[in-house]
Structure formats: structure tokens, C-alpha cells
Design a protein around this ligand. Structure first.
Ligand code: SF4
Length: 607
């Protein structure tokens, strides 16, 4: 079949058994690739009674359908498993070359089960698959491990975990060329399998139904992208380009563990300040000319030598405003520590901000922590990030995630613990973006901005099918979030970056799919793939016990209005929370507890 590697690779790390299955045309049409294919393979092979850190947990790696081909921003891949942080199904998307290499090795997905007796590296070099000893790399930080494995095993691309994944910090990442699968602890799943890295070299060609047409479409869309409004700003300043717009003009930049929504000290963490001073050049994912990544270097002072691909918007919030940290050099160093040790910057920052609030309230003391972990202390952010990643001191408890840490501390501190389904939230104060509040609730992996991406629609007021959307109103959000989730799932199945939202919509995929696969898919059929995948995810979550109350927002968001800025007074009342959830469940065709209905499953060919 055109444009696909052609095979699905299964590896059992307990027995060392490997096998392949053909990627059938029906599978591609029903699930495309990436997220869709990964969810199908996961749910077909996973027993819901298996716990996230059990050897039998299934870990799937899948590049998108477009990955490896000349499609603007279309180079993404993802990992998917049962999350050690949330207990739910969870995926995490990343750039890096490994998705394209894997496709060119001849595969569309990798399904890993079992646990190796010893640290190992799984090498995929075209048709030769072997499990190599990983002990020399165990304990190495991500950058060093990738360099050593690439050199020793003569591969082109390596996705690996750092010491945090080995030590089972619950939100450990998987890193590939300074891009991360950041959320939900999929690096922890790799660590639990004693799998340090997946190392790939692919040398085969991908066939395309109409190569000339694909090149024409690629050039046309490149041109559109390069002339789109956000292109120059994103290329110059990265994903944090809109930080002060969110902060001051919309008033929804969570600060001091969500006690405030405007970061008054934001000057240094705004990319318009730091990008001209600290970045050497732009960096992009596989084949992307938009290159929103920045090579950030600190050349003098206390944090001299800090060097990373960043700093992304979410991290400017989590290790910045969330901890009231106004120092960009300390923030960069904390970001680098997280990347090298392999932990999610969002979860780490929220855990640190939570701790700082407990210190501020006198519930924890600096003696308990062994350090001055207070709001406004930039060095504490660096130090605590290191302690979490190394699972040392108080960092050991914070490495369990904010939900478990709050439960362990007791004293009713759950009211300050920001999470949904156990996952710490990203950088949008949803009291002033109600649709995003619903998006936090309904995301299968917990509080997440990427499953629905509805923040953009609500903050701007128009996108795709909608115009004049009121971000402070609860009405109409159920249908919006449902449709946006299905749309974003298509992005993740094709391997297209969500930063192409401004110029690459569903109707734009149709000619690409035609040129690549020689398949005619309508807009409705493409969107139905997203809906099918989201129903499969919910079926899994329901089977492991996720029920209505697991969708609820943290208490702070329904009890405390925004205190400052242009969104002052905004809140999601409990009544609004329930109303939005009911509207969403109706739009989905799921019952009051989130169980997908039989007629919906039949419509999607899942029953
Ligand atoms: S826009 Fe940025 S995140 Fe998206 S593919 Fe390009 S470099 Fe990667």
C-alpha cells in the first residue's frame, strides 16, 4: 500500500519474541496512523486489569500517516500506553526524526509488551530487529544516552528516557533530539520495562500514489504557511510568542499555583525579551521550515553553560509564572534539568508551585523540604526540578504527581492540588476560558490543552466552524469541545503539527490523502476517524473505572473567582461545570457516566 511502511512490529521484551503483521488498507482507512492506529493496537492488545507499571502494559509507538513525507509540519509521531500518572489511556506526541526513520525502516507501528530482565535498547534497522544490552547507558541523561547509542549502534535516531524514567518518576518523558513526549509518564512505562531506548535506522523508500501532485501540494502549502500571520512571529519567538497577550489582554496566565492569573513580573520570561538575547538559532521538527524551537544558550553568570531547545510557552508558565519565577536564566536551567533527567516540565512546575503555596500557608516548612522552596525563589525551581528528576528528598514525593502528593500530605491540601484525573494542567486559566475548562475535563489523559485545542477558539472567538464565541459563557461548549477533539485527533493520526491550525484544516487534508494513498476520503469520513478513536479511548477509560466524578475540575476553579486582571471575577460554577459536561456527553452519545452508547458504537463500526 502507498505511503505506509507496510508492517506492524510486535516485540515482547520478556521472551524476546518478535513478529510482524501486515498494515491492511482497511486499518489505514479506519484509523489513518499515529494516534488512531496506536489506539486501535493498544485496545486490541491490552487487558484493562493490567496496571500501568505491570510488565504486561502495552506501549505503542506510531508515526503519523504523513510522517516521513513532504507535508508541511507533518513529521510527528507518538507513544501511547496506560499512564502511570492517571491510570487512563494516554498518548504523547513529539517531533524528532525517529518517526520518519521508523516508517523508512518499513513499519507503521511498534507494539511493545513485557519487561526485559536487564536494561536494554531495542534496535530497529530495516528488517533486522535486536534487543541490545542497555547497561552502559542506564543512568545517563537523555542527551548523552542518545549520542552514545547513535554512535555505538550506528543508528540514525534514538528515543530514550533519562534517569527519571529509570527511577519511575510518574511523569517521566521520552526524548528524541531535544523534542519530548512530555505528558502522562510514558517514559515511566519505558523505565518499568527496563527499556532505555528505541534506536532506529530506516533506509527504504516510501511509495506515493502521485509524487508530482504531492510535491505541488507541498510547495503550495509551504507558501501559504510562510505567508500566514503567525509564521514570522513563531519562527522568531517560538511558541511563547503570545505569552503577554494571554497574560495581560486575556488575563488567563496561571500564576502562583493558580492563585493569580496575571504574572506582573513577566518581563524576562516573555520571548520578546529573551529571544534576541539568548537564542543562537531556530530549530524545527523533522522536515518543518516553521522551526518554532529555539537553541537557547546562557553564556555567563550562575547558570552559564545552560543549553537547550526551548523555552516553550507551557514551560514559561510552569517553571515561571506558576512558581512566581521571573528569572529567565534560572528558568532555562530548570527546563534543561527536566529535559536531561527526563521529566515533564508542566507536571514538575505545578508540583513545585503547589509546594510553594503550602510553604506560604505554613502547612510545610523549609525544614520539611530541606530548602527555601518559596514563590519568587528562582534557584529553588532549579533545585527542586533536580530533586524530582533524581527522586531525592522531597522530590521523591513530588515525583508521584500533585494528586498523590496531596493525598500523602493530608491536612485538606487537596484543595490546592491542581489536576484533572491526576494530571497537572497546562497554561490556561480556564475560569476565563470556559470551553477549555470542559476540554480539561474531557481529555482522556487528564488536564490537557492538546486533545481539544479549544483554548485558541475561545480566546480568539472564531475558528473553523465558529464565530463570535464568548469565552466566559458555558453555552455551546459541549458541541465545540466534541468537534475540536475529533479534529485534533485527526492531526495526531496524520502526524501534522497543531501549530498549522491557522492554514491546514480538514478540507486541506483531502488532496494530500488522495495524492499519497490514492484514496478519496470526504471531510466527514476524516472527522469520523477522530470520533472513532475518541470513542475507543473512552471505552478503555470506562473499562478501567473512569466515571463522571473523574471528569471534575479542581475545587479552586469552581470556588475561587479570578482575582486580578481583565478576567477578574471569572469562575466556572459547579452548575456550569455540570451543564457543560452534560452537553458534551449528549454531543458524544455517551451516558451520564461517560459510557459510549450502543447506537454510537454501531455508527462508528465499533460494535
Ligand atoms: S511548528 Fe514547531 S512544533 Fe510544529 S512541526 Fe514545526 S518545529 Fe515542530
Amino acid at each position: 500500500m502507498h505511503a505506509v511502511g507496510g508492517k506492524i512490529l510486535y516485540v515482547d521484551l520478556t521472551t524476546g519474541e518478535m513478529r510482524t503483521e501486515e498494515t491492511t488498507p482497511d486499518l489505514v482507512k479506519e484509523y489513518l496512523g499515529g494516534d488512531g492506529l496506536a489506539v486501535k493496537l493498544f485496545t486490541d492488545n491490552m487487558d484493562p486489569s493490567v496496571q500501568p507499571l505491570d510488565a504486561s502494559n502495552v506501549l505503542v509507538f506510531a508515526p503519523g500517516l504523513f510522517t516521513g513525507l513532504p507535508v508541511p509540519t507533518g513529521g510527528k509521531c507518538l507513544f501511547l500506553s496506560r499512564s502511570p500518572l492517571t491510570g487512563t489511556i494516554a498518548e504523547s506526541v513529539m517531533g524528532g526524526n525517529i518517526g520518519a526513520e521508523f516508517k523508512m525502516a518499513g513499519y507503521d507501528a511498534l507494539v511493545i509488551t513485557g519487561r526485559s530482565e536487564f536494561p536494554c535498547v531495542l534496535r530497529v534497522w530495516d528488517d533486522v530487529i535486536d534487543i541490545k544490552g542497555g547497561s552502559p547507558y542506564w543512568g545517563m541523561v537523555t542527551r548523552d544516552a542518545q549520542e552514545a547509542i547513535r554512535r555505538d549502534l550506528r543508528v540514525s535516531s534514538v528515543a530514550c528516557i533519562g534517569p527519571a524514567g529509570e527511577k519511575l518518576v510518574r511523569y517521566a518523558t521520552i526524548d528524541c533530539e531535544d523534542r519530548q513526549c512530555g505528558r502522562a509518564g510514558l517514559g515511566t512505562v519505558m523505565g518499568s520495562k527496563n527499556l532505555k531506548a528505541i534506536a532506529v535506522r530506516g533506509t527504504k523508500d516510501l511509495t506515493i500514489a502521485d509524487p508530482e501532485e504531492l510535491i505541488r501540494l507541498d510547495l503550495e502549502l509551504q507558501n501559504t504557511m510562510e505567508n500566514s500571520g503567525a509564521f514570522m512571529d513563531d519562527t522568531k519567538y517560538g511558541t511563547g510568542e503570545f505569552l503577554n497577550w494571554v497574560n495581560e489582554e486575556r488575563g488567563v496566565f496561571p500564576t502562583r499555583n493558580w492563585q493569580e492569573s496575571v504574572f506582573e513580573d513577566r518581563k524576562e520570561i516573555d520571548p520578546y525579551y529573551w529571544a534576541p538575547r539568548y537564542t543562537l538559532r531556530s530549530k524545527g521538527c523533522f522536515g518543518c521550515t516553521k522551526a518554532c524551537g529555539k537553541l537557547f544558550v546562557v553564556q555567563e553568570g550562575k547558570y552559564s553553560g545552560t543549553k537547550l531547545d526551548g523555552i516553550e510557552y507551557e514551560t514559561l508558565y510552569s517553571l515561571g509564572g506558576e512558581c512566581s519565577n521571573p528569572d529567565i536564566e534560572a528558568l532555562a536551567r530548570a527546563n534543561e534539568v527536566c529535559d536531561l533527567l527526563g521529566i515533564d516540565t508542566i507536571s514538575a512546575g505545578v508540583c513545585i508551585g503547589f509546594t510553594m503555596e503550602l510553604v506560604e500557608r505554613g502547612i510545610l516548612s523549609t525544614d520539611d523540604l530541606g530548602m527555601e522552596c518559596r514563590f519568587g525563589n528562582p534557584d529553588a525551581v532549579v533545585e527542586m526540578s533536580e530533586m524530582i528528576g533524581r527522586r531525592e528528598g522531597f522530590g521523591k514525593l513530588l515525583g508521584e504527581g500533585v494528586m498523590r502528593a496531596a493525598s500523602e500530605i493530608g491536612n485538606d491540601v487537596e484543595r490546592y492540588a491542581m489536576h484533572v484525573k491526576g494530571m497537572e494542567p497546562p497554561a490556561y486559566d480556564v475560569r476565563g476560558i470556559k470551553g477549555m475548562g470542559l476540554g480539561f475535563m474531557t481529555s482522556p489523559r487528564g488536564a490537557c490543552h492538546l486533545r481539544s485545542g479549544v483554548y485558541a477558539l475561545n480566546l480568539v472567538g472564531k475558528f473553523w466552524r465558529w464565530d463570535n464565541v464568548d469565552r466566559f459563557a458555558a453555552e455551546g461548549k459541549g458541541e465545540q469541545v466534541k468537534a475540536m477533539e475529533d479534529f485534533m485527533t485527526v492531526y495526531d493520526s496524520l502526524g501534522v503539527c497543531k501549530f498549522s491550525r491557522g492554514f491546514f484544516l480538514i478540507e486541506g487534508y483531502i488532496p494530500f490523502i488522495r495524492a499519497i494513498l490514492d484514496e478519496e476520503m470526504s471531510e466527514e469520513e476524516i472527522l469520523q476517524v477522530g470520533e472513532r478513536v475518541n470513542n475507543l479511548k473512552q471505552l478503555f477509560n470506562y473499562s478501567v473505572g473512569v466515571r463522571r466524578e473523574d471528569f471534575y475540575l479542581p475545587r479552586r476553579l469552581t470556588e475561587e473567582p479570578i482575582k486580578d486582571g481583565v478576567a477578574k471575577g471569572a469562575i466556572i460554577t459547579e452548575k456550569e461545570m455540570h451543564r457543560m459536561l452534560d452537553d458534551y456527553l449528549d454531543a458524544r452519545g455517551w451516558d451520564n457516566d461517560g459510557k459510549p452508547g450502543e447506537s454510537k458504537l454501531r455508527e462508528l463500526r465499533l460494535a
